[in-house]
Each structure stands twice: as C-alpha cells, then as structure tokens.
Write a protein of this length. Structure first.
Length: 260
C-alpha cells in the first residue's frame, strides 16, 4: 500500500486484526519491509503490525540528496499520523534501530516502548569515513558493486557457507535499492548521534543484537548498562541482520518484551 507523508510517498504493509495494539517495524539500510516477513507473520496474533520502506528504499520515494537522520525520524511520525497510529511499540534494526531511539527521544508520547536492534545509534569518525567511501562506490558503480561486500559484513562466514535462501533475499534487496536512497540514508548514518542522549528515554527499551555483529554487542551492552530498566538480548551465532539469522529467537524476544 502507498500513502503520502512528510512530502513523499511511502510504501507500507499492515497485518493483524483491527483494534489490536500497534507494533511498527522499521527496516535497515539497503533492505525493504520484506526483511520483517517472518516477524510480521508471527506477531500478528496479538498486534496490528505496520511495516514500511524507509525513505529511499523499496517502493518508497527516493529523493536525491543527503538526508538528515532527523528526517527519517520525522518520516516515522508523519507516516503514523497519516495511517492513524496514535501510539505504538516501535522497533527497528540498524538504521531502523536509530530511528526508534530518535523517535523515543523526540516524540515520547508516540511510543509504548522501543526495540533497538544491531546498532549503537551513533556515527564515529571511522564509520563516517566508511559511509563516505560506500557513497562514492554507489555513485560511480551502482549498487551491484556493494552487494557482496555488504553481505560479507552482515552475515557470519559460516552462515554464508550454508547458503541459506534468506541471504539471496537480502542480496536482491541490496541490489534493488535506489542509488539516491542509499546515498541519502548512508549520509544520515554518517552523521548522527542519538546515543549520547540515551538516558533521556523514559519508555521501556529492548536492546537486541547478533552475537557475531562485530563490535556492536559491546556497544549495546554499554547502552543497556546506562539505561536503567532496559532489557538486553544477544542472539547466539547471529550477525548484523539478526532477525533473519535467528528469526524464532528474535521474534520471541519481542513477544516477551511487549508482554512484560
């Protein structure tokens, strides 16, 4: 489905019974709402699940230029407004996780609780340089040139060796990402910091991360330690796209969190 919000047209999907509590899921860079297929199927027994393609991704518009991360947060709010979602549980992975944290900080009245997955929610000088390098590759060579390097970062070698079908699904999503959308969102990731104001969040927070997602588990353990009352779940053997590496465990952690 498509709807106008915050000056662009968004692609979104809604699953689950009318009247059930809302649960919103926000995608990572270079993926689409299809990354949440397994979660959407499982969570609709008790929730009305809204998934959407972030600005520049999937079938959502991809304006040219560099995006500010606050624009991605505003997108989430305006989309909820347009659909009629007053308040929701809001979760996201990587870029979507930072969107969740920014939303909780800037619009606390719109969230029951948030799920931040596989992201420290800030850029560093080193990560900013890496994003600028990837932007240059996308500009000069297109998304195809980024597919295999991205998959290698996102999934552990043993996962790639098993050649699960979901990795090819991810390859297809990366390949199909509009160059303008990748550049815009990569620029946002190169210049953001919601982490430093983490302690201002007052709603329930679940931090969830793949055990093999590089340095991210250590960063998210630190976030958990700083935010009193938060929950932390580490998924054994999972990489960066932890919801696809360990879908059952990932979904169960969300179910336990919102139930608690």
């Amino acid at each position: 489905m498509r709807i106008e919000a915050n000056g662009i047209t968004f692609n979104y999907a809604i699953d689950g019974p009318e009247g059930a509590p809302w649960l919103v899921l926000s995608n990572s860079l270079a993926t689409t709402l299809a990354m949440w297929d397994e979660q959407a199927a499982a969570l609709t027994s008790k929730h009305r699940v809204l998934r959407y393609d972030q600005r520049g991704h999937g079938a959502t518009d991809a304006p040219a230029g560099r995006y500010a991360f606050d624009t991605l947060v505003a997108d989430a709010v305006r989309l909820m407004d347009a659909i009629g979602v007053g308040k929701a549980w809001f979760g996201g992975l990587s870029m979507g996780g930072a969107t969740a944290l920014g939303l909780a900080q800037q619009h606390p009245d719109r969230v029951n609780g948030i799920m931040i997955c596989d992201h420290a929610c800030k850029s560093t000088p080193a990560s900013s340089q890496q994003w600028e390098e990837r932007i240059a590759v996308a500009q000069k060579q297109g998304m195809e040139a980024l597919v295999e390097a991205t998959v290698a970062r996102w999934f552990p070698p043993e996962t790639l060796a098993k050649k699960p079908a979901y990795v090819d699904k991810v390859r297809a999503m990366i390949r199909a990402t509009p160059v303008d959308g990748f550049i815009g969102c990569a620029a946002a990731l190169a210049d953001h910091d919601y982490n430093s104001k983490l302690e201002t969040v007052t709603c329930p927070v679940l931090f969830m991360v793949g055990e093999k997602d590089g340095v991210t588990p250590a960063a998210m353990k630190d976030m958990h330690a700083r935010l009193k009352g938060s929950r932390y779940v580490e998924l054994a053997g999972a990489g960066h796209i932890s919801n696809m590496d360990r879908p059952a465990e990932f979904t169960r952690a969300i179910q336990d969190f919102v139930a608690g």
